[in-house]
Design a protein around this ligand. Structure first.
Ligand code: ADP
Ligand code: MG
Length: 891
């Protein structure tokens, strides 16, 4: 079976195209939707099998691998043997619930990561039912016809039906580092994969040109699918924060284990030195169990999943604000971003281009002659190049498809009563050199009035350099320095009006084949100028970024004067700032660049290589920089940047290299994402501080009791119960806290500062001590009645302290009332759940298990809640005082 598929598949490139159509039961026009759906049903999705996820059961069982849990299980079994059935049953239940909660958390975190992955899944442009449409790449089937262009990942193996200047990077398949040229041809005999020039292969990258392809193999049948074992990507990158927490948790766990051992040691010593009446075995087991419970309660085992959940909540919020996170660490990095390097066209501007002016070499400008039959040769040529060196189309339903720059050019033709379609049909394209952002030119070949012409459009400065003649009043004359000067000035004139200018040239051509060398010795034919208004919200977003300590830098392929004019308009280019072109940048040495770096807010006519250099320069100065990009050549810069940002309309390659994709291409979304990123970090900090303050409170009261020679303030079971009640829900609810009002008023976070900065540490300790004091006072009050009452009181007080502490944990600068008591309903819900769970311990029958004596009644509960409330109010009051102090200090 395998053999047969293999041989059929490897025949494809040798077959005639008719044979391939027959074999795939398809045509030039692709499949019908119904047929494709049928094939998808029988043959499955076009995706490589991914590594199997752990099932819930597996995850559940894994929670019992934990050493602490094993010890507790043993303790429970021992208790059972000793006849304490209810106690051991409750331990089992608590352990079970702990595991279930942990599995739910892990699954939830996994699920949101999965959803994220689906959001950035690749697309394919196929022809189905005779119409071009975009589908998910995984829905491709054998027989589909799809199109490719520069920057696409090839989604399946296929035979070329059409190809123009197609180049494909097949490195991942052949190890070849240069792009392979592809063409529609027939191949005889057997050749290796790298030489199958009439085929494209799944997973490779189109670096240049375009093509139409018939799918011949999908999923596991593709060339890459055969070696898929190697490709299974385990994309489980931990974020720097997660890694930091990992190592921190390990150290903390060791410290807590040591502490529990000490506690165990002291208790055992007291047991054996004291009077040895009573059941010694029972007491030893109790001491043992208590020590383990301390460890379990104090080790923040929920930390990892809480961090993942908060991060993924953040990515969901970002997705709603049009920023799709592809690499989880980016969520954190965003909070430290201090530089945003952004494209101009489409990101800062609307990318809705309209031609507003033109210029012919004889000086004609302003209002175009709207009567095509009376056009001069100059006017005629200008419109021809406009429309022919152009891939945009107006579809039957009137919608305009293609690069907005090119759409503007066909609009120009139509507005002057000349159907663009008519020109295209009269002079079909014989060859082309597609636009790329390095060359900033595009050329096509046509036969016009019996003469074969190469026609070129591109950036004016570039086109001027390539013209040695001019079409002046219908005559071709040499380009003089004076003329060139005049055209340059006209270009500047347009550019200072913030217009995007394109220049046009052409030349007669003998042959039909062309290379980049042919884009020389051109005849200059004129200029067209278009406006592209800034996006409305952009001005405010740049302001906001500025007050958040983030510098915005414009990086564009456009002309310097145009770029600066727009940059001024939207507040990027300020008094005293500098603008550099790519060429000027190339001339600067590294130290020279560092010198001016802070002043440059606009880079114009840049190449993708320039982008890398700009990012590096900022990085060496210790800045975290975000960089946008959309083309194939932008990928290296996107990888180099701390946060690579690809445009939703950009190429697959750019998206793949990026950490984040903007679905609306909008600069404003970057700033919103930064805000969310800052908030995610804040919230993780709040969750962790909440957990640690609670644990610290418990530990201090245990140590205090030990020193004061009181009985343990909690039973082992109580500790486990508190761990279950307070360690997950409130912490996750804190992860949903909305941003502090000052979030975009402060400087970016120092990326090297860990989560525990001085202030956090102080506030955790302070809150821990307040909790401990409340618990100790409660135990003392209870002890006036009996030792058992003391334990019941300290247990109840700790639960209430930790529950109520959720409120002050919500903000570092505001009290819960200022932040809005009801503004995070998850917190209220979490607190309610905690209260309900607490009341379970009061149910007759369970009371005994939780060591709550019969005398513990409403009065005692009120005292415990009162003490906890007191601690909480103190926490809030201190916050108020500190904030007031800081303000005074600042004034
Ligand atoms: P940006 O997106 O930063 O404005 P681009 O890389 O899109 O820059 O374009 C850079 C320059 O290339 C433009 O200023 C223009 O002169 C030229 N250009 C842009 N689009 C085309 C095109 N479709 N054909 C020819 N030249 C183009
Ligand atoms: Mg562009």
């Amino acid at each position: 079976m395998e053999e047969k598929q293999e041989s059929q598949k490897s025949r494809t490139y040798k077959q005639s195209i008719t044979e391939v159509f027959k074999e795939t039961k398809s045509t030039e026009n692709g499949l019908s939707s119904a047929d494709a759906a049928e094939r998808l049903r029988t043959n499955g999705y076009n995706q490589l099998a991914e590594k199997k996820k752990k099932s819930s059961l597996q995850l559940f069982l894994e929670t019992f691998k934990d050493a602490m849990v094993i010890v507790l299980l043993i303790v429970a079994v021992v208790q059972m043997v000793m006849g304490a059935y209810v106690e051991s049953l409750v331990i089992f239940i608590v352990l079970l619930m702990n595991s279930v909660v942990s599995v739910i958390q892990t699954k939830k975190a996994e699920g949101s990561l999965e959803a994220l992955k689906n959001l950035s899944a690749p697309d394919a442009r196929v022809i189905r039912d005779g119409k071009e449409q975009t589908i998910a790449a995984k829905d491709l089937v054998v027989g589909d016809v799809f199109s490719l262009e520069a920057g696409d990942y090839v989604p399946a193996d296929g035979r070329l039906l059409e190809a123009s200047s197609l180049k494909v990077d097949e490195g991942m398949l052949t190890g070849e580092s240069t792009s392979a040229e592809k063409e529609v041809t027939e191949i005889e005999g057997t050749v290796p994969v790298g030489d199958r020039v009439n085929m494209v292969h799944s997973g490779t990258i189109v670096t240049y040109g375009r093509a139409k392809v018939l799918v011949t193999a999908v999923a596991g049948q593709t060339e890459i699918g055969q070696v898929a074992g190697l490709l299974e990507s385990t994309d489980e990158h931990k974020t720097p924060l997660q890694k930091g927490l990992d190592s921190f948790s390990k150290k903390l766990s060791l410290a807590i284990l040591a502490l529990s051992l000490v506690i165990l040691g002291i208790q055992l010593a007291r047991l054996f030195m004291g009077d040895q009446s009573g059941d010694m075995t029972e007491s030893v087991v109790q001491a043992f169990m208590f020590a383990v419970a301390v460890a379990v309660a104090a080790i923040p085992e929920a930390l990892q999943s809480i961090v993942t959940i908060v991060l993924s909540i953040g990515t969901k919020t970002m997705a709603k604000k049009n920023a799709i996170i592809r690499k989880l660490p980016a969520v954190e990095t965003l909070g430290s971003t201090s530089i945003i390097c952004t494209d101009k066209t489409g990101t800062l501007t609307q990318n809705k281009m309209t031609v507003v002016d033109y210029y012919l070499p004889n000086g004609e400008t302003g209002d175009f002659n709207q009567e095509p039959s009376s056009w001069s040769l100059g006017e005629k040529r200008l419109v021809e190049i406009n429309v022919l060196v152009n891939d945009a189309i107006i579809a039957e339903d009137g919608s305009k498809l293609g690069d907005p720059t090119e759409v503007a050019l066909i609009d120009f033709s139509e507005a002057n009563n000349q159907s663009y379609r008519e020109i295209r049909e009269t002079y079909p394209r014989q060859n082309e050199l597609p636009f790329d952002s390095d060359r900033k030119l595009m050329s096509t070949v046509h036969e016009i009035d019996g003469e074969r012409l190469l026609m070129t459009k591109g950036g004016p400065d570039i086109v001027f350099d390539r013209c040695d003649r001019v079409l002046l009043d219908g005559e071709v004359v040499p380009m003089t320095e004076a003329l060139r000067q005049k055209y340059q000035e006209q270009n500047e004139l347009f550019s200072t009006r913030a217009l995007r200018v394109l220049a046009f040239g052409y030349k007669p051509l003998d042959q039909q084949e062309i290379t980049f060398d042919d884009e020389n010795g051109l005849i200059f034919a004129g200029l067209v100028a278009m406006i592209d208004p800034p996006r409305e919200e952009v001005f405010q977003a740049i302001e906001e970024a500025h007050s958040a300590g983030i510098k915005t830098i414009m990086i564009t392929g456009d002309h310097k004067t145009t770029a600066v004019a727009i940059a001024k308009e939207i507040g990027i280019f300020k008094e005293g700032d500098m603008a550099l072109t790519g060429t000027e940048l190339d001339e600067l040495s590294e130290p020279q660049l560092v010198d001016v770096l802070k002043k440059v807010s606009v880079y114009a006519r840049v190449s993708p290589e320039n982008k890398i250099r700009i990012v590096r320069a900022w990085q060496t100065m210790g800045h975290i920089s975000a960089m946008t990009g959309d083309g194939v050549n932008d990928a290296p810069a996107l990888k180099q940047a701390d946060i690579g940002i690809a445009m939703g309309t950009g190429t697959d390659v750019a998206k793949d290299a990026a950490a984040m994709v903007l679905t609306d291409d909008n600069f404003v979304s970057i700033v919103s994402a930064v805000e969310v990123g800052r908030n995610v970090f804040d919230n993780i900090k709040k969750s962790i501080a909440y957990l640690f303050a609670g644990n610290l409170g418990a530990i201090i009261s245990i140590i205090f009791a030990l020193i004061a020679d009181w009985s343990n303030p909690f039973t082992a079971l109580q500790l486990l119960f508190i761990n279950l009640v307070n360690d997950s829900l409130p912490a996750i609810a804190l992860g949903m806290e909305k941003g502090e009002p000052t979030i975009m008023k402060r400087q970016p976070r120092d990326p090297n500062a860990g989560i525990f900065t001085g202030n956090t540490l102080i506030s955790v300790t302070y809150r821990g001590i307040l909790i401990a004091v409340a618990v100790i006072v409660a135990q003392w009050l209870g002890m006036q009645h009996s030792a058992e009452m003391g334990v019941a009181m300290s247990f109840s007080t700790l639960i209430w302290c930790r529950t109520l502490q959720t409120m002050p944990a919500r903000s570092n600068t505001q009290t819960a009332l200022q932040a809005g008591f009801f503004s995070n309903q998850m917190v209220l819900l979490a607190m309610l759940v905690c209260a309900v769970l607490y009341s379970v311990t009061l149910i007759p029958g369970l009371r005994e298990v939780f060591a709550i004596p019969a005398a513990f009644g409403l009065e005692q509960i009120m005292i415990c809640i009162g003490l906890a409330l007191g601690a909480t109010v103190l926490m809030e009051a201190t916050k108020l005082i500190l904030v007031a102090f800081k303000k005074e200090g600042a004034e």
